[in-house]
Structures are given as structure tokens and as C-alpha cells.
Ligand binder design. Structure first.
Ligand SMILES: *Cc1c(COP(=O)(O)O)cnc(C)c1O
Length: 343
């Protein structure tokens, strides 16, 4: 059974407030802090929403906790497929409720992420080379072992869980005029978009993906969900398809995002350095694509304060050390040329 099967139709703001009540005490209300460097650089008040400070180091705990905390008491356990952070979120939320959790993921996922999930008490199944292979195994476990599948993005309750980020951002800074949102399967962007546009219809919402294997961007252009080849990236948390049977996140992103822009590996590399050296913060590649888009002139900002979600910090530390040291990084045969940081 799918966690979101009972909920019909599109989520609304009331669902987001309900999610916020449900996840309080499991997920953290994260701080949003100014980036003095980016503010100087852009001339806009530039704010960073630090989902890196969630107990699992990424925002995905919000959606996973919302989906899991609403399950009935006789639930046998939960299963999911994940490039890492969703798996962590599911593992953490399931452990908080004393439920069995099985996490299926592809062989592209870094060892650090696998170990992180095991440390949270979940079982890990490595299957195939893509998110889609992992999805097949996840569906099998839910059919054969009666576990409840918690989808990583295309789920009503996951989407409204992620949407709680927008409530907090607009409570802290009602004057925000633009949000820059990392975009993969679109659970985050769909949630943020539905909440933010309901509260402030004229706010500008920009989704950002890496330029290789950007499934949501390709799907929006095609007018329907399409498959893309999954490739290794500094933004590994943005890898994977959106599902050809996508029911919610595709339509919400298509209808509510004002723009989708793509950034290169070199741009992500530089943005990780900027966040580290200028703001003294550690984030994974997926978490800095909003910064990358601004730093490299990929977006035109409306006047007024702008916020971006620093979505996670669960980087492979050896890779992160190479980036901040200005060394080359090799991703599945492709090399991102090292450049030492200079402001
Ligand atoms: C999952 C994830 C994203 C993208 O979220 P989607 O809902 O799949 O679009 C961005 N950043 C990090 C760190 C993530 O784990």
C-alpha cells in the first residue's frame, strides 16, 4: 500500500499546517540566516534556510516524518528507495516510532550515505544502477512483506511535509520575493511552491537542477514525465527520474514553478567552496545549486529579499575535502577540474 493512497487530489495550505503539527518534535524548525557574502555580491538580502541542521542533516526528514507518523498502530514496517537522504529520513522517523525500516538504493549512492542509514537502524538493500531499479525492489517488498512504501517525492504526505519549509521561511521573512529551490523529483519544490504561492501568490519560485540528467526539467519541456540517463554528480542527491507514472510532483512543479534553471558540475563545485570559505558552512552539492545559479548569472532576481534552501550536508567527506582543497574530483569517469578557491 502506498502511504499517500488515501489522499485524493492536490494538497492545500490546511494540509501543510496539519503536517507542521504532526512533525513538530521529530523534525526541527530550522534557522534561516543571512549570507553577508551573497548579500554583498547580489545587492539583495540573501537568506539561507539551513536544512543542514535537521537531525539527519537534510530536509527529507520533514516529508518522511509526516508520512510515517500518520500510519496506523498495526503497521508492520516501512520501505523506501532513496539516493540517501530520504532513506535517512525514513530510517530516523521509523526508529522514532519503533517501526522496522528497509531502504533500497542504487549502487551509485556513496558509501557515506549507506553507512549513515545503517547507523540509524534501518536495513539497506543495494539494487541495480538506477533509482528505477531500487524502486522495483521497494515495490516488491511492500507487496510481499506487507511493508508500507514511503515514496521519496511523489506522495501527498511527503510533499506537504516538505512544504512546511515555506511556512517557516515566510513567517521569518514575509518580505521574501523569490525562493531558489533545489529540484530533483520535485517533492521539495512542489511543496514549497504550493505553500508559498498560497500565502504569497506573486512570489517568484525557481527550481534548480544539475545540467546532466535533469529529469523534471526534461519532463516539463516534454509536457509529460520522461526518462533521463542517471549520471554521477557532485549533486548526487538530485539524481534519478521522476517516475513515468508520476501523479503529483510533476503537475505541481509544471504549474507552480516560474522557472527551472540548470547548473554545471563546475558551478556546483564553486558554490560549495563559496559557502564553505565565505559563510563557513558545509553542504552537499545538491544543497548549493541555488547559490550556483545566482553566482553564475543563471537567474534574474526580482527586487527584494531572496531565500534559498541549503537542503543537506550529507556529503562524502573525502570528496568534500577535495572540493575545498581545489583538487580534481572524479565522478564515475568524468573529472571536474580542480580550482583553488580565491574570492
Ligand atoms: C532530495 C534532495 C533534494 C531534491 O528534492 P526533491 O524533492 O527530490 O526534488 C535536494 N537536496 C537534497 C540534499 C536532497 O536530499
Amino acid at each position: 500500500m502506498r502511504g499517500g493512497a488515501a489522499a485524493i487530489g492536490r494538497p492545500g495550505l490546511a494540509d501543510v499546517y496539519e503536517a507542521r503539527r504532526r512533525i513538530a518534535g521529530t523534525a526541527v524548525r530550522t534557522p534561516m540566516v543571512p549570507s553577508p557574502f551573497m548579500t554583498r555580491r547580489t545587492g539583495h538580502d540573501f537568506l539561507l534556510k539551513l536544512e543542514t541542521t535537521q537531525p539527519i542533516g537534510a530536509f527529507k526528514l520533514r516529508g518522511a516524518a509526516n508520512a510515517i507518523l500518520r500510519l496506523p498502530p498495526d503497521t508492520r514496517g516501512v520501505v523506501c528507495c532513496s539516493t540517501g537522504n530520504h532513506g535517512r529520513g525514513v530510517a530516523y522517523a521509523a526508529a522514532a516510532r519503533g517501526l522496522r525500516a528497509v531502504v533500497c538504493m542504487s549502487a551509485l549512492v556513496s558509501k557515506a550515505k549507506v553507512e549513515g542509514i545503517k547507523a540509524l537502524g534501518a536495513e539497506v538493500q543495494i539494487v541495480g544502477r538506477s533509482q528505477d531499479d531500487a524502486q522495483v525492489e521497494s515495490s516488491r517488498l511492500c507487496r510481499d512483506e506487507g511493508l508500507v512504501e514511503i515514496p521519496p517525492f511523489d506522495d501527498f504526505h511527503v510533499i506537504v511535509g516538505q512544504a512546511t519549509i515555506a511556512l517557516e521561511m515566510l513567517e521569518d521573512r514575509p518580505d521574501l520575493t523569490c525562493l531558489l529551490v533545489p529540484l530533483s523529483g520535485g517533492g521539495l519544490a512542489a511543496g514549497i511552491a504550493l505553500a508559498a504561492k498560497a500565502i504569497k501568490p506573486d512570489i517568484r519560485l525557481i527550481g534548480i537542477s544539475m545540467d546532466r540528467g535533469a529529469a523534471m526539467d526534461a519532463s516539463i519541456r516534454a509536457g509529460r514525465p520522461v526518462e533521463v540517463e542517471e549520471v554521477a554528480s557532485l549533486a548526487d542527491s538530485l539524481g534519478g527520474g521522476i517516475g513515468l507514472e508520476n501523479r503529483l510532483s510533476f503537475a505541481l512543479c509544471r504549474d507552480l514553478l516560474d522557472e527551472v534553471v540548470l547548473v554545471t558540475e563546475n558551478e556546483i563545485y564553486r558554490a560549495m567552496q563559496v559557502l564553505y570559505f565565505e559563510d563557513r558552512m558545509v553542504a552537499e552539492g545538491a544543497g548549493v545549486v541555488g547559490l550556483a545559479a545566482v553566482l553564475f548569472g543563471k537567474v534574474t532576481l526580482p527586487s527584494g529579499p531572496v531565500g534559498t534552501v541549503i537542503t543537506g550536508r550529507n556529503t562524502d567527506m573525502a570528496q568534500f575535502t577535495n572540493v575545498i582543497s581545489g583538487r580534481d574530483v572524479t565522478l564515475d569517469g568524468v573529472t571536474v577540474k580542480g580550482v583553488p578557491y580565491a574570492a
